[in-house]
Design a protein around this ligand. Structure first.
Ligand SMILES: Cc1ncc(COP(=O)(O)O)c(C=O)c1O
Length: 438
């Protein structure tokens, strides 16, 4: 394993990266343990973002490492098309328990993007299977992020992720986003203003007619667009309207799933029941790529009660990969043994206080928190949206903390096993960074 600088960095075309800037000023991580990365120069970097929101239990959890090692020696690969292996079935049962049996079935993918495309396809095929093939329209939301597949960017609402890729899926509409700093700045938990924005679905239904709409997809808390927390009552209202019009509701829980809200899923936090739920990331503690789509029983049964034969012509070579299943089973054990959710709950108040202590620092125009998530919104430099937060990210990294930015919002999402001393270190360093930010 190379722990030194690579001889050349020119061939790897890096994703979602300013390649030219990065290669001129690289940030290279070579190892990780617990709450810290180590960079190529040997510096410890406190992980304020759980990798990319995907390492809830911290790095190098011995149980997960051992489970993956054991599985690779025993069953390196097995197809799940027309055959199976025990771990894939065992994991599905354990996942039903982890969701509190809110869902009846789970379909494996390899990423959040694949989970989203899978859920959208299931929604379309479900209506067709029940005799309503005209329900083909998909409704997303402005500022939504649902990965980078054509389905995901079509229902997603981030212009930079859409504008270069042609007409995308047809028959898509978008709800308005719910972000409103005039009304909701500096909130802890759900802001009070904006539940009425769910009623915009009525306008969309009036325009297209409910009989043409298959599904609404939203992130319960939008992460990649800069931590947009749903207004009180918004998600419940969306559920009511979907039920009223026979539209499926999909929650994209790729970042909120597996404990981010100090509950198993955002579904539990908000007590709202979607028909389908997309997940990935924390499912394997980020160790092996894996995603999963959870469905209510009625979705699954609409296929299973259909004609004999393959019920759903969909799946991935690596759906239910043995290493991913081993990592996920071990992750669920770690959640239980190390009381990960209970720990997250116990530090949530301390986390919120630390975030809100940044109020009044230069350029800070909003601080918002929910679960173990924080959004720190900075005023943009005129004509240079994103430049200020990206400067903060670079300085923070040089000072030994990993943050993440989108536009001029710094998003924080630490491993759920963060201790108070880690929170102190993170916000001590961030305060210094923000004080000196241009
Ligand atoms: C809500 C949501 N959906 C989907 C995705 C895409 O996941 P992936 O990058 O694993 O494809 C992400 C990634 O951050 C996400 O936040």
């Amino acid at each position: 394993m190379n722990l030194d600088r690579p001889a050349s960095m020119s061939s790897f075309w890096m994703p979602f990266t300013n390649n030219r800037d990065f290669k001129a000023h690289p940030r290279l991580l070579v190892s990780a343990e617990g709450m810290y990365y180590r960079d190529v120069d040997g510096n410890a970097i406190l992980d304020g973002t759980a990798g990319l929101w995907c390492v809830p239990c911290g790095h190098a959890q011995p149980r997960i490492v051992a489970a993956v090692r054991e599985m690779v020696g025993q069953l390196d690969f097995a197809p799940t098309f027309q055959m199976g292996h025990p771990a894939a079935f065992d994991l599905a049962e354990k996942l039903m328990e982890f969701t509190g049996h809110r869902f009846g079935h789970v379909f494996y993918t390899n990423s959040g993007s694949e989970s989203v495309d899978t859920a959208l396809k299931m929604a379309l095929a479900y209506h067709k299977a029940r005799g309503e093939p005209g329900r083909t329209r998909l409704i997303g939301r402005e500022r939504g992020y649902h990965g980078v597949g054509f389905g995901g960017i079509s229902v997603g609402g981030i212009a930079t992720n859409r504008k270069s890729f042609g007409p995308l899926l047809t028959g898509v509409d978008h709800l308005p986003h719910t972000h409103n700093l005039e009304q909701n700045a500096y909130t802890r938990g759900e802001p009070s203003f904006g539940a009425h924005l769910a009623d915009e679905l009525e306008r969309i239904v009036a325009l297209h007619d409910a009989s043409t709409i298959a599904a609404v997809i939203v992130e319960p808390v939008a992460g990649s667009t800069g931590v947009l927390i749903p207004p009180k009552g918004y998600l419940k209202r969306l559920r009511e309207l979907c039920t009223k019009h026979g539209i499926l509701l999909i929650f994209d829980e790729v970042i909120t799933g597996f404990g981010r809200m100090a509950t198993p899923f955002a579904v539990d936090y908000f007590d709202v029941e979607p028909d389908l739920m997309t997940t990935a990331k924390g499912l394997t503690n980020g160790v092996v790529p894996m995603g999963a789509v959870f469905t209510k029983k009625h979705i699954h049964d609409a296929f299973i009660d259909g004609p004999a034969g393959i019920e759903l012509f969909h799946g991935y070579t690596y759906s239910g990969h043995p290493l991913a299943c081993a990592a996920a089973l071990a992750t669920l054990q770690v959640f239980e043994e190390q009381q990960v959710l209970q720990h997250a709950k116990s530090i949530q108040g301390y986390w919120e206080d630390a975030v809100h202590s940044l109020k009044g620092l230069p350029h800070v125009i909003d601080l918002r928190t929910i679960g173990l998530i924080a959004g720190i919104e900075l005023a943009s430099k005129p004509g240079q949206v994103g430049a200020r937060a990206f400067d903060a990210f670079k300085t923070a990294f040089a000072d030994g903390v990993l943050t993440r930015t989108t536009g001029d919002i710094i998003a924080l999402s630490p491993p759920l096993l963060f201790e108070k001393q880690h929170i102190d270190e993170l916000f001590g360093k961030l305060t210094k960074v923000l004080k000196h930010l241009n």
